[in-house]
Design a protein around this ligand. Structure first.
Ligand SMILES: NC(=O)c1ccc[n+]([C@@H]2O[C@H](COP(=O)([O-])OP(=O)(O)OC[C@H]3O[C@@H](n4cnc5c(N)ncnc54)[C@H](OP(=O)(O)O)[C@@H]3O)[C@@H](O)[C@H]2O)c1
Length: 349
């Protein structure tokens, strides 16, 4: 068996960091070699430092591992970053400069001209920016990012429809789970019996990131796709799983049947290459009137499949539907692991 790549987790004690610890146990290509968190946790064992919140039993394989502070002094093949944006700005550069590839969840560098913003089924060729990035910045390592958690579910559904019918306008209203706010998240007295109609910075990400993801790779960056997105974001009292109400305008005519077929038949490089975290279907369509639901559908494809439902004609746009995806798996840790698998498949690791 080939030797596994040694990975570090930056922000290993948080909502996304805990998912990395869960999902990487027994991974066929990667094994965790170092856990990093803030000064509050450094020096403690992982068991002492973590307040485990993921709704599965805490894995014990890292219980004795001592949490480190953010120095790039371990020999690692890559790090996954689950750091808050401001910390990511400096720490991710420290690791990339030290020669370590950084696969990041944070928003700090997503829109950088030389930074791949990646969903392996949507734009696997955008990893071509890595050589340009290294040239520009003089780093031996590099930074590759995954999009915002709501953007991933949305754009998985947009990609096959854009290819088939050319999307010109998107309206999206999100209902986002509590775990999307990190730990400890909104307190019960705020979120119980309530909907919070504002998530700082989120609408900007939903309006900016899709055009880069659906754009075309050039030698010095991505030419953004020609589509406009309008977004409104809400935090709802759900544990995991972001649900989004989507309205689309196309340049070419599309029936409900054609949209359903395009979504259900969508396959891409991760499926063709048989990457370990690739779901059989990136998107699946449910026909029932009352699906998708976070509680029932977020774990479809081990949390890596986006579920679409209620596809119907729209009186203002052309088509409307609901899409659901698991925010800490397909929207974060699982997304980054699939990005790393793609990078290994393409020879970047
Ligand atoms: N939650 C989601 O659904 C989701 C989805 C996609 C992307 N993201 C992005 O992923 C990143 C992590 O989100 P999260 O929800 O996991 O956040 P979180 O629960 O607040 O966890 C943050 C992690 O970073 C560490 N940290 C905080 N401040 C630090 C500092 N000054 N120096 C070093 N380490 C520090 C924390 O360590 P301590 O425990 O020691 O404080 C913890 O391990 C964010 O950039 C977020 O936007 C989140």
């Amino acid at each position: 068996m080939a030797k596994k790549l040694k990975v570090g987790i930056l922000g290993a004690t948080g909502a996304v960091g805990q998912r990395f610890v869960e999902l990487l146990e027994g991974h066929p290509w990667f094994e965790i070699g170092a856990l990093y968190a803030s000064g509050r946790s450094a020096g403690k064992t992982y068991k002492e430092a973590v307040d485990w919140k993921v709704p599965v039993t805490r894995p014990t394989y890292l219980d004795g591992e001592v949490v480190r502070d953010m120095q790039p002094d371990e020999p690692l093949d890559l790090v996954f970053s689950a750091l808050p944006r401001e910390t990511a700005k400096t720490v991710e550069v420290d690791f990339a400069r030290a020669g370590v590839p950084v696969i990041s969840n944070a928003s700090a560098y997503r829109m950088g001209q030389d930074i791949p913003l990646l969903i392996p089924e949507v734009n696997p060729e955008h990893t071509g920016l890595i050589d340009y990035q290294r040239q520009q910045r003089g780093w031996d390592g590099y930074i590759v990012t995954n999009p915002n958690c709501s953007v991933i579910g949305l754009v998985l559904a947009l990609k096959p429809l854009d290819d088939a019918f050319s999307i010109s306008q998107v309206n999206v209203v999100t209902m986002q789970a509590k775990s999307g706010a990190g730990y400890p998240g909104p307190p019960p007295e705020v979120i119980d019996d309530n909907v919070l109609p504002f998530i700082g910075g989120e609408e900007d990400k939903l309006e900016e990131e899709p055009a880069k993801l659906l754009g075309t790779l050039g030698p010095r960056g991505i030419k953004a796709a020609d589509l406009v997105v309008s977004a409104q974001c809400n935090r709802v009292n759900v544990l995991d799983g972001h649900l989004e109400a989507v309205n689309l305008k196309f340049r070419q005519p599309a029936s409900v049947e054609e949209v359903t077929e395009a979504l259900n038949s969508f396959r891409s490089v991760p499926q063709e290459a048989g990457l370990p975290f690739a779901p059989d279907q990136p998107v699946t369509v449910r026909e029932e009137d009352d699906r998708p639901q976070p509680k029932l559908d977020r774990d479809t494809g081990k949390g890596m499949t986006a579920t679409v439902g209620r596809i119907r004609p729209d009186s203002l746009f052309d088509i409307k539907f609901m899409v659901l995806s698991h925010n800490t798996i397909r929207g974060a840790a699982g997304a980054a692991i699939l990005n790393a698998e793609l990078l290994k498949h393409q020879g970047y690791l």
